[in-house]
Design a protein around this ligand. Structure first.
Ligand code: NDP
Length: 334
């Protein structure tokens, strides 16, 4: 059983000494337990947060522990009447490892929808889709005709947010990091406009594309991009603070919005959220997401890297944007 162990907390970008791949013995199964072979491991921006010891929403991964990550897998051995060998299970959070031993109750059987690939349950029909749906619907509350801006718009969460906002009848403007990503947003996903933050002045572009100001900001990036968006938010607008990826590699305290007074003057609702808190309500989102995915109306992409041994290198793609869709590692064949 190969496992990625956190050896030290990264400073800045994740470095080669921070994680180590080791070989360990899989423990014997006890009654009520199952052995799950990981098929896909989810790599997420929040992995960098878990590697740090900053104040956060889950305990940090301890030095010497297996790195935490979302997994889906297949039951290889079972000492529980509730799960059969060969069943696909979605334990949610697991580890960066080939095999996991866990109580059957924690290895929940995965959704299985005809024609929908397993990677969807690690993306649009998994935590990614739930993040997009709850942040937008529960916090953003988009109304027809309103303007919605989403950052990291061509990413896993952002691309779903924009499409859902279009379905609600909104004007949708995405911010992303290349001309190709921007073209995908406008030409294939139906965004009204996309701003290439690496090659355009974001503020000026927002002025052009949001003539009526901004009613909903789905914030994935933080920093200067967030400041440019907040500076154009309307009276009684809403901001779902989903992530601040531009700050995750920075050690120390992160400043808030530059123009905080605007939050008062424009009576902006800013709400940070973590998808874990919404899991008890997952069915609400799934009721809308499943038919949209099954019918092909909601588009999504997975970027799959082969081999657990490549996980530590692959996670860095999230911070350069050199991936195309929900970043996953194929740990073993489906
Ligand atoms: P993505 O697929 O969106 O990948 C991250 C993207 O962020 C990259 O592709 C890159 O796109 C962009 N990016 C990286 N660094 C920067 C930077 N310095 N400035 C601007 N853009 C940058 O990942 P996810 O969809 O999984 O996550 C998106 C956001 O949502 C993250 O902030 C993440 O932490 C957050 N999140 C929050 C959850 C919650 O429960 N609150 C749950 C899941 C995700 P580009 O090429 O456009 O720069």
């Amino acid at each position: 059983n190969r496992q990625w162990i956190l050896r030290r907390r990264p400073t800045g970008e994740i470095g080669p000494e921070d994680l180590e791949l080791v070989e360990t013995q899989t423990p014997e199964l006890k009654d009520g337990e199952v052995l799950v072979r990981t098929t896909y491991l989810s790599l997420d921006p929040t992995n960098r947060i878990w590697m740090s010891d900053q104040d956060q929403y889950l305990p940090p991964v301890e030095i010497g522990d297996v790195m935490r990550g979302g997994v889906i897998g297949v039951v290889e051995q079972s000492r529980s009447p509730d799960l059969q060998v060969g069943q696909i299970v979605n334990p949610g959070l697991g580890g960066w490892q080939d095999y996991t031993v866990l109580p059957a109750a924690m290895a929940r059987p995965s959704l299985q929808i005809p024609g929908v690939p397993m990677t969807a349950y690690m993306s649009v029909l998994g935590a990614t889709g739930l993040t997009a749906w709850f942040g937008l619907m529960d916090i953003g509350k988009p109304q027809p005709g309103e303007t919605v801006v989403v950052s990291a718009a061509a990413g896993a969460v952002g691309s779903i947010v924009g499409q859902l906002a279009k379905l609600k009848g909104c004007r949708v403007v995405g911010i992303a990091g290349s001309p190709e990503k921007c073209r995908w947003l406008t030409e294939e996903l139906g965004f009204d406009a996309a701003i290439d933050y690496r090659n355009e002045d974001v503020g000026a572009a927002l002025d052009r594309h949001c003539p009526n100001g901004i009613d909903v900001n789905f914030e994935n990036v933080g920093g200067e991009i967030m400041d440019a968006v907040i500076g154009r938010m309307n009276n009684f607008s809403r901001m779902a603070l989903c992530g601040m990826i531009s700050t995750y590699n920075i050690d120390g305290q992160i400043p808030g919005p530059k123009d905080f007074a605007r939050v008062l003057m424009r009576r902006i609702l800013i709400k940070g959220f973590i998808v874990i808190d919404y899991l008890p309500r997952a069915a609400e989102a799934m009721a809308e997401l499943i038919p949209l995915v099954a019918s092909g109306q909601l588009k999504w992409k997975a970027h799959t890297v082969d081999g657990l041994e490549n996980a530590a290198e692959a996670v860095k793609l999230l911070f350069t944007g050199a991936h195309d869709g929900k970043l996953l590692v194929r740990v073993s064949p489906e």
